[in-house]
Every structure is written in C-alpha cells, then in structure tokens.
Design a protein around this ligand. Structure first.
Ligand code: NAP
Length: 248
C-alpha cells in the first residue's frame, strides 16, 4: 500500500522533523502550515531532496472548510491519505486563568482540540473500509501538560491536551475494527519556536534543572516516536501514549 502522510503544522519544530524522518521512510508527504509559507517551503525542499513526493498546503486546521480543501488537495496530488499526524498546536502567554481572555482560550481550544478532531474526521472518511479505504494510522501530538496541568502557566493549554488524550482513547476504540490505529505522543519541554508563543523563547534552557534527565528534548527525538507509532512496527499499538518528557 502507498504511504501518504499529512502532517499538520509541518513547517516548523516537531512537525518539520517528522516530515524529514518520514521522507526517509518512503512516505509521500503533505506539509500543512497556517501562515509561515517560507518555513513550509524550506521543509518542502528538504523533503523533496530526500527523494519524497511532497506538497505544502496552507490551511487553518480549526476551520473545517480549510481542512476539506487540505484533504482534497492531498487526494488529487498525492493519493488517498493513509497516515495523519495531528501536530499543529498553539499556546498563549504564561498566565493564571483569571488573567485569560475568552479570545485566547478559544484559540487554544479550537487549534488544539477542534483541529485534530476535524482532521481525524476527514482522515477516517478516507481510511475506513466503510468509506472505501484500507485502514491507516493517526498520531496525535499531545503533551505531558495533559498529566501535569500547567498551573500558573497555561491551564487552558493543558486542558486542551487532556481533551486530545480522551479523544485519542475514544477514537482508537471506535475505529479499531476498521484497521485504523490511533495513538498519541506526549512531549515535555522540547527545543522549538513554540515557547516564544508563551512569551519566553528561552524557556526550555531555563527549566532544564527541573527535568529529571537535566536537559530539554530535541524535536527529532519526538519525531522518532511519532514515525514508529505510524509504522507497521507498532501494529498492535492503539489507544496508547508515548511520553517523551525526560522523566517529567
Ligand atoms: P512550533 O515550532 O511552534 O510549530 C507549530 C506548527 O503548528 C507550525 O507549523 C504552525 O504553522 C502550525 N500551526 C499552528 N496553528 C495552526 C493552525 N491553526 N492550523 C495549521 N497549522 C497551525 O511548535 P512545536 O513545538 O513543533 O509543537 C508541535 C506540537 O507539539 C504542538 O501540538 C505542541 O502543543 C506540542 N508540544 C510541544 C512541546 C514543546 O516543548 N515544543 C511540548 C509538548 C507538546 P505556522 O508555521 O504556519 O505558524
């Protein structure tokens, strides 16, 4: 079976490393991004240089019309999707809940919860034998924050990842009999641009002393787990969580 992979938020950080690793493993790849076209095209060139067929598609995962356009482009240009990495995510500035605006909370919930559910919906419409598909694999990128709650930092973000974990459990059972596996990774502090969104780009290095392994993680270390869960090597794993938090 041809391997066709959509990575949401594939233009930077964990998503970009996942695209590069998957390219080496024979996937055709769609790199989705929201606004940073230059970054997406840099990753696209690197992926193509590895010999993979690939496209980059702009779409906000929290808007269903844009998700439909994304999946239609993949149908037309790469073929029926067999693998989805729900990686796109966002976070607000470090703050207490009594300082958070409705706008900020909604953006976090829409991007981190609604987005993955919409993308999974359109993936299942192509993967499930009920719709003419041949199965597939979905990996959701959650966070150790789902377990820890992130008090005083961003409880809205932690709650969104908790919802994503519950979605992972439920969907994995819903489609297990249709040849679709659904798993999640839960990274801890990883060196990416993500922390600039929380107001402190150097956050990971500042917090290293509190991590049992005494260092932040690299996006390629998360990508390894994602690509393993996507692969047939993880053929009996569904509804599982791989924590990549250096012991947190
Ligand atoms: P990143 O470097 O900030 O990259 C985020 C990616 O998501 C970018 O490609 C961005 O696109 C895309 N994106 C954001 N909102 C989107 C939307 N509405 N629609 C489509 N794409 C959207 O972040 P990262 O650190 O690689 O994080 C990836 C995932 O890992 C997130 O789900 C995050 O919650 C999770 N995570 C990260 C850490 C960490 O320490 N870094 C820890 C735990 C979990 P543009 O480039 O176009 O903006």
């Amino acid at each position: 079976m041809d391997k066709v992979l959509i990575i949401t938020g594939g233009s930077r950080g964990i998503g970009a490393e996942t695209a590069l690793l998957a390219a080496r493993q024979g996937y055709r790849i769609c790199i989705n991004y929201q606004s940073d076209e230059e970054a997406a095209h840099r990753v696209l060139e690197q992926v193509r240089a590895l010999g993979a067929q690939a496209i980059a598609v702009r779409a906000d995962v929290s808007i269903e019309d844009e998700v439909i356009t994304l999946f239609n482009r993949v149908d037309a240009e790469l073929g029926r999707v067999t693998a989805l990495v729900n990686n796109a995510g966002t976070v607000g500035h470090k703050s207490r809940v009594d300082e958070m605006s409705e706008f900020r909370i909604l953006k976090v919930i829409k991007t981190n919860v609604l987005g993955p559910i919409l993308c999974a919906k359109h993936a299942v419409l192509r993967m499930s034998p009920k719709h003419g598909g041949q199965g597939g694999s979905i990996v959701n990128v959650s966070s150790v924050a789902a377990r820890l709650g992130s008090p005083g930092e961003y409880v809205d973000y932690a709650a969104s990842k908790g919802a994503l974990d519950t979605f992972t459990i439920g969907l994995s059972k819903e489609v297990a009999g249709e040849g679709i596996r659904v798993n999640a990774v839960r990274p801890g502090y990883i060196y990416t641009d993500f922390h600039a969104l929380s107001g402190d780009p150097d956050r990971v290095s500042k917090l290293e002393s509190g991590i049992p392994m005494a260092r932040g993680g690299r996006p390629d270390e998360v990508a390894e787990a994602i690509v393993w869960l996507l692969s047939d090597k993880a053929s009996y794993a569904t509804g599982t969580f791989l924590d990549l938090g250096g012991g947190r």
